[in-house]
Each structure stands twice: as structure tokens, then as C-alpha cells.
Design a protein around this ligand. Structure first.
Ligand SMILES: [Zn+2]
Length: 164
């Protein structure tokens, strides 16, 4: 299955220099604690996606819990669609997710743990009858928004498994 994860396009959700900046941050031990604390909501890619979804006429809840214990970035409760905007660094994007040289094992464990957790969350949602949409911060915002729009408005992809 051709994965949207492979998309690397110009008008990306991330600022042009964002991923390279994240990478250079990670090599600096001084800023590492900032990065950990920096796993926050309302990141620029997330805000851009929300703005685009809104522009398409979609209404949603932000940082809501589709199921107990899971907070999604954008939630369409009536349609049971939960959207997560995944940062390339934190979620191990295959294109931009190079692991820092400094404290490599720490980051390897950390990011692998994040990826496993993402999959568990996806499984949890599917079991509960939800569809989980993962959007990479590097994805073109229009494409990501349309993908979500299709799921929410048209219901396209309902029969497709959300994972695997
Ligand atoms: Zn990426």
C-alpha cells in the first residue's frame, strides 16, 4: 500500500526549516529538556491543518478524547474520525526522522516507544469503531485536509482498514 508517509512535497504543513531545526536541536544536550517539554498541542502543522479543515467547512473538536485515555488533535465525534498530527521527529517519520547522534540509545528508545504507542492507540480506536487518521507534519496541508474531508463527509474508505 503506497503510504502517504512517503509524500514529501513543497507546500508542507511544517515550516520549511522546521524539521532540520528539530534535528539540530536534538543534537544539543542543552536543549533536550526543552524538546521533551515541547511535546505540546497547537503546533504550527496542527494549526495549519485545522485552519484548512475549517476552510473546507468541517467542524470538529480539538484535543478531545475519542475514547477514554486517548486524546486526539482533531475529533469528528459523530463520524468517529480521530486525527493525529504526528511530528516527524517524535513519531519517527521515515523521511525526516533521523535519530540524533547524541544519546542515540535514549532517543531510539523514546521514539520507538512513541511509534508503538501510536499503533496501540490506533488499534484501540479501531476496536472502538473509530477511524484513526495519521497526518505527518511534512504532508501537504491540502492533501491531508482532503483525505480527512473524504472520510468525514463522504465516508470514503470506511471499508478500508485504518491500520496495516
Ligand atoms: Zn517527515
Amino acid at each position: 500500500m503506497s503510504s502517504p508517509r512517503q509524500l514529501t512535497v513543497r507546500s508542507s504543513l511544517a515550516q520549511p526549516d522546521q524539521t532540520s531545526r528539530a534535528r539540530s536541536w536534538a543534537t544539543s544536550a542543552t536543549v533536550r529538556s526543552v524538546m521533551v517539554a515541547n511535546k505540546k498541542k497547537n503546533t504550527t502543522p496542527e494549526l495549519r491543518l485545522r485552519a484548512e479543515l475549517h476552510r473546507l467547512g468541517l467542524r470538529y473538536r480539538v484535543h478531545a478524547k475519542p475514547v477514554p485515555g486517548v486524546v486526539a488533535d482533531v475529533v469528528f465525534r459523530p463520524k468517529r474520525v480521530a486525527v493525529f498530527v504526528d511530528g516527524c521527529f517524535w513519531h519517527g517519520c521515515e523521511t525526516h526522522g533521523t535519530w540524533p547522534a547524541v544519546n542515540r540509545h535514549y532517543w531510539q528508545a523514546k521514539i520507538s516507544g512513541n511509534i508503538l504507542r501510536d499503533r496501540r492507540v490506533d488499534d484501540l480506536l479501531v476496536v472502538a469503531g473509530w477511524r484513526s487518521v495519521r497526518v505527518w507534519e511534512h504532508e501537504p496541508v491540502i492533501g491531508a485536509a482532503i483525505r480527512i474531508y473524504d472520510l468525514v463527509r463522504i465516508g470514503q474508505g470506511r471499508e478500508r482498514p485504518a491500520v496495516g
